[in-house]
Design a binder for this molecule. Structure first.
Ligand code: BTN
Length: 237
């Protein structure tokens, strides 16, 4: 895979989205510093310049049905989690697209898709992985970095190459591959099987629930049979 490094970008997702026709399938864009890093739910992604990985991968899948867009999240979260576990860190996937170690967030992802009828024409998978940052702004709720956990320093370029080698992109191309991704994603989710507190975002009511898994479409499924979309439930940590 070709990685294009920039010293500074507004956002690596925006760079790929702007150049979507110019960039090939499997292009990777990484930035030492993002000036307008974007997160989920319209939040900013704050990352100390030069300390962490902030990068995006462009995929132009040949035959990925629009309804299976969550396969992209399954692939990306599993790959990062696997690599972190290889570094000796007990990383878990926090549905839908965060990676946590204990109750702390080490990685966030922003997947942005472009549809062509009923298939995904292009997808930009943006990943922010905290590597070497040890001091975080107070506005971040529960951040952690790999260095905080292992006391080691991680070189950005080499680490990104190693991490990308864990992505099994061909799995996206077949129904069997996508089923395997979904099953692996479902295997050890953060708080799975444990009664924990959540908030129903529609009513704002707090409740205790136990995560059973995630439906193929990506809804969070609780042991009592209720399921939630991303906009419908929040974790209380
Ligand atoms: C989140 O947890 O809210 C998602 C964060 C995603 C951040 C990454 S950093 C690289 C890419 N470029 C962006 O502007 N956002 C994603």
């Amino acid at each position: 895979m070709q990685i294009k490094w920039f010293d500074e970008l507004d956002s690596t997702n925006d760079e790929l989205l702007r150049g979507i026709s110019r960039y090939d399938n499997l292009s990777v864009v990484a930035a030492v510093r993002q000036t307008s890093g974007r997160g989920q739910r319209g939040n900013k992604w704050l990352s100390a310049p030069g300390d962490n990985l902030t990068f995006s991968i462009l995929l132009k899948p040949s035959a990925l049905p629009a309804g299976e867009f969550m396969s992209l999240t399954y692939l990306a979260t599993l790959s990062v989690k696997t690599w972190l576990c290889e570094q000796g860190v007990p990383a878990m996937i926090k549905w839908p697209n965060d990676i946590y170690v204990g109750k702390r967030k080490i990685c966030g992802m922003l997947v942005e898709n472009q549809l062509d009828g009923k298939r995904i024409a292009a997808s930009v998978i943006g990943i922010g992985l905290n590597l070497n940052q040890t001091v975080f702004p107070g506005e971040l709720v529960n951040p952690v970095s790999l260095k905080r956990l292992t006391r080691k320093e991680y070189p950005l370029r080499e680490t990104l190459e190693q991490l990308l080698s864990r992505f099994d992109f061909p799995a996206l191309d077949t129904p069997k591959g996508r089923t395997a991704l979904w099953e692996a994603y479902n295997r050890d989710l953060f708080q799975q099987g444990l009664p924990c507190r959540y908030r129903d975002l529609l009513s704002q009511a707090e409740f205790t629930g136990t995560i059973k898994g995630v439906t193929r479409e990506g809804r969070l499924l609780m042991e009592d049979g209720k399921s939630f979309s991303f906009k419908e439930i929040g974790y209380i940590l």
